[in-house]
Design a binder for this molecule. Structure first.
Ligand SMILES: Nc1ncnc2c1ncn2[C@@H]1O[C@H](COP(=O)(O)OP(=O)(O)OP(=O)(O)O)[C@@H](O)[C@H]1O
Ligand SMILES: [Mg+2]
Length: 855
């Protein structure tokens, strides 16, 4: 942390009697503070942790892995199936029941292991970017995970931090806190370590308390934590803020898919039970058959496959320096078609250099540099790249000036002031965007001589021209102004008036070398980039020209204020560059883009970016960004680079592509199979497949799918943003399902007529056929193009072929007896080969049509 010069610290002993404001008795906490200035000891801290729980909204509740596992058996279908098998075992058919139970167990074990493995891996990644707090423990300042903060801890607050818990200030220096989330007031509120007797009225405004859910805009504070997690005063608001944005298209899609399947399962079960009652079947057998079919139909591995695919995507992204905070956001990440970005640090290097400090005659001026430096050095907000540039310009003698006050920067005013004492005089020194500063000036100073601006003065026009010329050459410009002010308890925004304009600071912030090239790759991959910057239009245009962003039309923040939402929606479609926009205007632009059905990504690293990071479909921040921004983001880049972001987006598309493959498989081939089964049940004198065989079939099929997350995705698929397409999935079910049924019925016919099959031969023949067609069709469905041109991953090929071969050899193994199989006549395999080939060809034809329609 950067130590600010001469912080004037006010220090008060808190009065415990009067300020009992939290759920934890303050007396006790302060007593501990008295006894040591060391913070809590590790032992005390862990005691408190046990007592008050983790500092997050979930409290200490952590479901044990065993519970997770058992949860898998709570699925009603699985529960009924298990009960039914136990009954069946008691009634006599112990072998069959045993097989069913074993398969269910194996399925759940596989499911559980896969899911928890990828969840753990993702959890680890997330821990690396988890928010931290600066906490005093055993006399040392530590960066601890924010959830480990406990009541009684002493925490340190600096600009850009999120307040980690409810706390009472012990020390504060020019501390300003943004608590819009609590009070709606967007201008930072100042906080002091004072004693207050009455804290009951308008609690959030208590000047000596800071709250979870707020953030530090400027200044320093040291505070004693009084409440954490669910015990915090405004915890519920914080929960709402932290809680994830509305569910994504993908999550909605998965849900509606689930509903579709449940309905189908429901009707299928009723259908079979009815047929069973009317027809010739034993009731118990019927029930077991119906339930096995239902289990076969439900894509029970769907959550697992989604988690594993997204999890592997997250790991691959991490290798490319992109950390995903919420797995679900990967899908949105791959769907981004519009990327909104700020300018500094993303397009430009962010290593801003101070190039000039001039008076109003455009001559180099030591006073402009001195006043600029005083302002930058004494302000305790986030040091912007502009401040860093001023401070790294070289040593400046600031002796004789002590700081007495500050009016922090905000993105609406675009300027900031410090008040310094020099001798008996107090000066307010303001620096900021030239138009903002000029608007607050009534005079100007040349060669030490002050003159008032006349109304509509020529001088004013001349000064405007001065900075505009610099801007057009690509320089960023700040104006510096000052005036003599009286000693006041507190300085406020309206003290920034009647200022005297002194001169300008100009900065170079050249574009990144690879920016133009990377922007081109975004374009060719279907992502349009829009620039939303707080900087002015001249500088912005200059940078845009250099990196090849079309900027004939630059929309200004001031124009936005006069636009209705529908008009804005039109404008955001056409314009690529928005300059001098405030945080709330950035937010409006994003909402407007969303209203036009764009999937919007927003990348930003500042306090001012937090609202937009929330509003966008995917908020992207950088590991060096402020806590507030990282908190609001879904994705964190370990390097502020558009290239990294681009790579990440492609990984996101890949993960999404693989989840969709699984769904298409589940809805088409698997679904068709189960359907044929129900159909066969109507006319066959025996069950078309035994319940245990159905489950084995599904289990093996599922195993073949477990490697889908590792599969390659076609380059053509990665070339454009991908969106959830329930229409495609539904039509796959409606068209590809029946295609597989055609071949199933053909198999039935041949089994019965050509091979005169009895029950066991029939079961065996169909088992082998259905397993082979069901799994091999993956090679067709996994690509929108020609399957021979698209290479599947090695592991996917291996598992799929292994399962097919396993199906072929099972009837010849000792397992055949218990499973109810018998060897097949050799002629059958000839027939099977013909079937498989024509099936795959037919699916290919239908697939092409469907894919083209939904492309
Ligand atoms: N520390 C500062 N002191 C004075 N003025 C500042 C400071 N930081 C920013 N400004 C003014 O506020 C304007 C907006 O800030 P800034 O450029 O950081 O906004 P932004 O929206 O984050 O844009 P970007 O990141 O694209 O540059 C700047 O152009 C500058 O005029
Ligand atoms: Mg910025």
């Amino acid at each position: 942390m950067q130590q600010s010069p001469s912080p004037q610290v006010t220090r008060t002993r808190p009065d415990e009697e009067k300020a009992d404001i939290s759920t934890v008795p303050l007396q006790k906490l302060f007593a501990q503070l008295e006894s040591s200035e060391q913070g809590l000891t590790g032992i005390q801290a862990s005691k408190h942790l046990k007592k008050y729980g983790l500092n997050d909204m979930s409290g200490l509740k952590h479901t044990a892995p065993l519970l997770h596992f058992l949860h898998l058996f709570l699925n009603p279908l699985i529960a009924i199936l298990l009960i039914a098998s136990i009954v069946s075992a008691i009634l006599g058919d112990a072998v069959d029941a045993g097989i069913i139970i074993i398969i269910v167990l194996l399925s759940n074990v596989l499911n559980f292991i896969q899911t928890s493995r990828s969840q753990n891996a993702v959890e680890k990644l997330r821990a690396d970017v988890a928010p931290t707090a600066s906490v005093l423990r055993d006399g040392k300042w530590l960066e601890l995970a924010r959830r480990e903060v406990v009541p009684g801890d002493i925490v340190r607050l600096t600009a850009g931090d999120m307040v980690p818990a409810d706390a009472r200030l012990i020390q504060a220096t020019d501390l300003h806190v943004q608590q819009a989330a609590l009070t709606g007031e967007s201008f930072p509120v100042d906080k002091r370590a004072v004693d207050v007797s009455d804290t009951t009225e308008n609690f959030a405004n208590a000047p000596n308390c800071v709250f979870l859910g707020t953030s530090v805009v400027s200044g320093l504070g040291i505070a004693l934590v009084t409440a954490t997690g669910q015990q915090t005063a405004f915890g519920d608001i914080a929960v709402r803020l932290a809680s994830h944005a509305p569910e994504t298209e993908f999550e909605r899609g998965i849900k509606s898919f689930g509903v579709l399947i449940t309905q189908t399962v429901f009707f299928l079960v009723i259908f079979i039970v009815l047929v069973g009652i009317i027809g010739h079947h034993q009731p118990f057998e019927t029930v077991l058959f119906a339930i096995s079919l239902a289990v076969g139909l439900t894509p029970e591995f769907l959550p697992m496959i989604t988690t594993v695919t997204l999890g592997q995507g997250a790991l691959r992204m991490a290798k490319r320096k992109v950390i995903v905070k919420h797995l679900e956001s990967i899908q949105n990440f791959g769907s981004i078609d519009t990327l909104c970005s700020d300018k500094t640090g993303t397009l430009t290097s962010g290593e801003t250099r101070l190039e000039g400090f001039v008076d109003l005659l455009a001559k180099e001026s030591k006073q402009v540099l001195l006043f600029g430096s005083l302002n930058s050095a004494y302000q305790m907000g986030m040091k912007s790249p502009l401040d860093e540039a001023i401070l790294s310009h070289g040593p400046i003698d600031m002796n004789g000036y002590t700081k007495v006050g500050e009016i922090p920067f905000d993105f609406e005013r675009r300027c900031l002031s410090v008040v310094v004492q020099s001798g008996d005089e107090y000066l307010i020194i303001t620096k900021g965007a030239p138009e903002s500063v000029l608007a607050r000036c009534t005079a100007y100073e040349i060669n030490g001589e002050q003159k008032l601006f006349a109304d509509a003065s020529d001088e004013q026009t001349a000064f405007v021209k001065m900075y505009c010329d610099l801007n057009s050459q690509g320089y960023r410009v700040l104006a510096v102004a000052y005036r003599v002010i009286s000693r006041q308890e507190k300085y406020q925004k309206n003290d920034e008036q009647s200022l005297v304009l002194l001169g300008f600071l100009n900065f170079a912030d050249p574009p990144k070398e690879d920016a133009a090239r990377v922007l081109q790759t975004f374009k060719s991959d279907g992502v349009q980039v829009k620039i939303l910057t707080g900087d002015n239009e001249l500088v912005t245009r200059h940078v845009c020209n250099q990196v090849g962003i079309e900027s004939t039309r630059i929309v200004l923040g001031s124009e936005l204020d006069h636009m209705t939402d529908p008009a804005l929606a039109q404008v955001v479609e056409e314009a690529n560059v928005f300059a001098r926009v405030s945080p709330s205007q950035k937010n409006r632009i994003i909402l407007a883009l969303k209203s036009r059905k764009h999937v919007v990504g927003y990348i930003g690293d500042g306090i001012n970016d937090a609202p937009s990071l929330h509003a966008a479909d995917v908020g992207i921040s950088v590991s060096t960004g402020v806590d507030v921004a990282k908190d609001a983001a879904d994705i964190i880049l370990l390097e502020q680079s558009l290239q990294v972001l681009h790579d990440g987006i492609l990984e996101g598309r890949k993960a999404f592509g693989n989840v969709v493959k699984y769904l298409l498989m589940g809805t088409s081939s698997n679904f068709g199979n189960m359907f044929s089964m129900a159909g066969a049940y109507v006319f066959l004198p025996f069950l078309p497949m035994l319940p245990s065989q159905i489950l084995l079939n599904t289990f093996l099929y599922n195993i073949s799918q477990v490697t889908i997350p590792s599969d390659n995705v076609d380059a053509s698929y990665l070339r454009k943003p991908q969106q959830w397409n329930i229409g495609l999935i539904r039509n796959f079910m409606l068209f590809i399902g029946p295609v597989s049924s055609i071949f199933d019925f053909l198999t039935f016919f041949i089994m019965l007529r050509v091979f005169n099959a009895g029950e066991t031969l029939f079961h065996t023949g169909w088992f082998v056929e259905s397993l082979a067609t069901q799994t091999l069709v993956l090679f067709v469905i996994r690509t929108a193009g020609n399957p021979l041109r698209s290479r599947p991953s090695l592991s996917l090929t291996m598992t799929t072929l292994f399962i097919v071969v396993l199906g072929f050899v099972l009837p010849y193994t000792p397992m055949a007896g218990p499973l109810g199989f018998m060897p097949l006549p050799p002629l059958y395999f000839l027939f099977l080969a013909a079937m498989i080939i024509s099936y795959l060809l037919l699916v290919e034809v239908v697939k092409r049509r469907l894919m083209r329609r939904y492309a």
